[in-house]
Design a protein around this ligand. Structure first.
Ligand code: CMC
Length: 426
């Protein structure tokens, strides 16, 4: 709560701006008084703007700290299953044994999608990017769950969260199967969340004895946990902004998927592999690094808006990456190239001076490649994992009064002028 004030002086008049302390992180200055003073704040990229109060996730970029509901990310990734983490994001606490059973049962009873939705896929070209398909089909869920949906009813909101978390692996795997021209696989509720995803991705109806490799399922579950939430990032802010209008939650999540797609955000793990393709072989690394230093290209999978020392998710995933490559006995020149790149970048002053370290997407890209997931599916997997975070933020926003999001602008266009007839225009 507000304990002291900052003073804003405009035209000789003082305005008191309350300073509010959070439980962690920098205090915030409530700038609402700017309105009274006749000013707006200007903060491109929202570098210092907190549009919300939240209790879900905390990041200290300087310390490389990431907490979901107070739990350090490495403890969750190494000890909890993704669905337990999803429960904690939604409910604030890790589930006890009874709550866990109940939650898993609910998720399992919603893994299938309406049969009519299968037809929706057929409208896409086979070579459509799976993220384009995901934006479409997740948005289309709103058509199946719109009538009778009451955003003010807490039970309706909760069932939406369950449905979304349960159906994302099914839809994600369907978007892959469609691109391969293979039949969709129905979810199997005897599998864990990650096993079921592997099954729906890689099994075929002919392969009746399909076995899920536990190393792959475990690595994926960890990737899901590490990507589950990241406080007010671009896609989560998009979900909140869309949600602030009272829009259907499936449409809000589709908006989040669209925002995640960009190469500066969730699309980076795909961009890492594209970059490795472009570099080709280890001998070409020095020339590529020269292009990076001359600002011609960025080293994808390096750097982060918030983490300026290290990305704690990358630290966990680096270990998993080593484990997976070792356990699967992978001998792929592309992965060797990635490791060479990592080594050079970690030793090069250009990257050291700018605090540019491998981020989570660098290692997740390598792991996903190693386990046979096509590059175009990487961001889809990120969106699957981030759904629990997005919906937690949407639930949090709807659990208390909120305003429609409506940023202001610094207008630098033409001042008022008169309409010009077409024959008089230059
Ligand atoms: N390669 C080369 N130089 C870089 C990179 C990079 N990946 N990232 C930042 N820089 C340079 C940048 O040119 C600038 O140099 P200078 O001060 O000499 O002009 C300096 O480092 C500071 O960069 P910035 O642009 O101020 O950093 P930012 O916080 O605005 O950008 C970023 C963060 C993630 C957009 C950027 O680092 C980037 O584009 N990285 C590659 C894409 C990527 O891997 N994104 C995934 C992020 S992790 C997933 C997620 O959480 O969404």
């Amino acid at each position: 709560m507000a304990e002291n004030n900052a003073t804003l002086t405009v035209d000789g008049k003082d305005y008191q701006l309350p300073i509010t302390e959070g439980t962690l992180g920098p205090s915030v200055i409530d700038v609402a008084a700017f309105q009274k003073a006749g000013y707006w704040t200007y903060d491109p990229g929202f570098m210092v703007t907190a549009p919300v109060e939240s209790k879900i996730t905390f990041i200290d970029g300087g310390k490389g700290e990431l907490l979901y509901r107070g739990y350090p990310i490495d403890q969750l990734a190494n000890n909890a299953e993704y669905l337990e983490v999803a429960y904690a994001l939604i409910h604030g606490e890790l589930p006890n044994a009874e709550q866990k059973t109940e939650f898993y049962k609910k998720i399992h009873s919603h893994t299938a999608v309406h049969d009519q939705l299968r037809k929706f896929f057929e409208g896409f070209r086979r070579d459509a990017h799976p993220m384009a398909i995901m934006v479409g089909v997740v948005g289309a869920l709103s058509a199946f769950y719109h009538e009778g949906f009451d955003v003010n009813d807490v039970r309706h909101r909760e069932i939406t969260a369950i449905r979304l978390i349960a159906k994302m692996p099914t839809l994600a795997a369907m978007s892959y199967k469609y691109s391969q021209g293979e039949p969709f696989m129905y979810p199997r509720n005897d599998f864990t969340y990650a096993e079921n995803f592997v099954y729906m991705m890689f099994a075929t109806p002919a392969d009746v004895n399909f076995q899920v490799n536990p190393i792959i399922a475990k690595a994926l579950d960890k990737i899901f946990t590490l990507h589950a939430d990241h406080e007010q990032n671009a896609s989560t802010s998009t979900v909140r902004l869309a949600g602030s209008t009272g829009a259907n939650p499936y449409a809000c999540i589709a908006a989040g998927i669209a925002a995640l797609w960009g190469p500066s955000h969730g699309g980076a793990n795909e961009a890492v592999l594209e970059m490795l393709d472009e570099i080709g072989t280890v001998e070409n690394v020095p020339a590529f690094m020269e292009k990076v230093k001359s600002r011609e290209v960025k080293l994808m999978g390096f750097g982060h808006r918030v983490y300026k020392n290290f990305d704690p998710r990358a630290q966990v995933l680096k270990e998993t990456c080593d484990e997976v490559l070792h356990a699967l006995g992978i001998n792929d020149p592309k992965l060797e190239l990635a490791m060479a790149l990592e080594k050079i970048a970690l030793e090069d002053p250009f990257f050291i001076e700018r605090n540019l370290y491998p981020n989570v997407d660098f290692y997740s890209g390598i792991i996903l490649k190693a386990i046979g997931i096509p590059t175009s599916m990487f961001t889809v997997i990120f969106s699957l994992a981030r759904t629990s975070g997005w919906i937690s933020h949407w639930l949090e926003m709807h659990s208390e009064p909120f305003k429609i999001g409506r940023p202001r602008q610094l207008y630098t266009g033409e001042t008022q002028r008169d309409f010009v007839e077409i024959e008089d225009r230059k």
